[in-house]
Design a protein around this ligand. Structure first.
Ligand code: HEM
Ligand code: MG
Length: 328
């Protein structure tokens, strides 16, 4: 059964996280790794179970402890991902592909496919992972990394910073519009893409360093090797998607999708955007979650209800009332 979400850290100062108690080890062949360089790194250092199968509470605790991720955003992204990619009954999720390690599946159309599952949370125009249309949406992609380096050289003097983040974000979107007939950039991907563009600045820079310039040797250590740089200190304060707005404002584009052919990007007014955060929650619950779980019963229904409540904790405002798709 779901445990309660962990609260904030007591000590939120920066500290050595690549420490003696958390040695890097290469993943074994059966260990799950996936599209998130942050969680991959936490698993390879033992902040998460090294097999890549974890509970929501383990993921929230590891993101706070290892990267100083702020408690509220850690809970929100974890329960969002868990509701669509995890097993609500066993309370386990794979940070990579589908795994028998998450236990017996609930009835279809539930997927329980882990974070690799396309279009429920993972989405297109990632920085270092290809679009699912091209066959592999989760492995480090050298060609995309070369583009990351090229833009860091062109716009950041050889570092990844906020200027580079903005240029790379729109470049990846334009690449997908021009090459992926199935390209989709609606919520939740519309939000996560911009958040993930600033995560390298907010989390992959040593907490003792100021100025927001990510060294590319450190960047590839996370993105490819799933490894903290030697002597790495976590962020100096609880952090999340700070400066997401700067990246989004640099090259605004509405949520939308290609319509089955390349270069056919069409805005989708039914998607949430930055002016309507509540709609992100409403569509996620009423469309995404309900399509996976149309009619849950028993312990499955109870577990979904508890996790839906944990997801709503982050929203909690009279302007965006809680939804109860499976009763109260
Ligand atoms: C990407 C999940 C925390 C950094 C992703 C993706 C997923 C995910 C599913 C793939 C999205 C896509 O690119 O299509 C999660 C969950 C977290 C979490 C459930 C729970 C707390 C973190 C943390 C960091 C991080 C703490 C940084 C330390 C990133 C980055 C990407 C990403 C940089 C983009 C990768 C790319 O575009 O190449 N995450 N993540 N994440 N995540 Fe996480
Ligand atoms: Mg992706």
């Amino acid at each position: 059964p779901p445990e309660n979400p962990p609260g904030p850290l007591n000590d939120t100062s920066t500290k050595l996280v690549n420490d003696y108690a958390h040695p890097w080890r290469a993943p074994s062949p059966n260990d799950m790794r996936g599209p998130c360089p942050g969680l991959n790194t936490l698993a390879s250092h033992g902040y998460l179970p090294r097999n890549g199968i974890a509970t929501p509470a383990q993921i929230i605790n590891a993101a706070m402890e290892g990267f100083n991720m702020e408690n509220g955003i850690a809970r929100f992204v974890t329960y969002a991902a868990f509701l669509v990619d995890g097993n609500p009954v066993t309370n386990l999720m794979s940070i990579g592909g589908k795994s028998s390690g998450t236990g017996q599946d609930p009835p279809q159309p539930a997927i329980v496919g882990g974070l690799d599952t396309h279009a429920v949370f993972e989405g297109d125009s990632s920085m270092t992972r290809a679009d699912a249309f091209f066959g592999d949406n989760h492995s480090f992609n050298q060609t995309l990394w070369d583009e990351f380096v090229a833009l860091s050289n062109e716009f950041g003097g050889g570092k990844y910073n906020l200027t580079v983040a903005a240029e790379l974000r729109i470049r990846r979107i334009q690449d997908s519009i021009a090459t992926n007939p199935t390209f989709s950039f609606v919520a939740p991907r519309f939000f996560t893409a911009y958040a993930e563009s600033v995560f390298p600045i907010n989390f992959f820079i040593d907490g003792r360093q100021k100025g927001g310039q990510l060294d590319l040797d450190d960047a590839i250590s996370f993105f490819r090797d799933m490894r903290f740089p030697d002597g790495f200190f976590r962020a100096s304060k609880p952090s999340g998607a700070e400066n997401l707005d700067v990246v989004a404002a640099a090259h605004p584009i509405p949520p939308g999708a290609n319509n089955g052919t390349v270069n056919s990007y069409t805005p989708d007014p039914t998607s949430a955007d930055f002016n309507n955060f509540c709609l992100l929650y409403v569509n996620f619950v009423n469309q995404t979650i309900r399509s996976l779980y149309p009619n849950p019963t028993g312990v499955l229904r109870d577990a979904l209800n508890r996790n839906l409540g944990f997801l709503y904790d982050f929203i909690d405002t009279p302007l965006c009332p809680q939804l109860f798709p499976y009763g109260q």
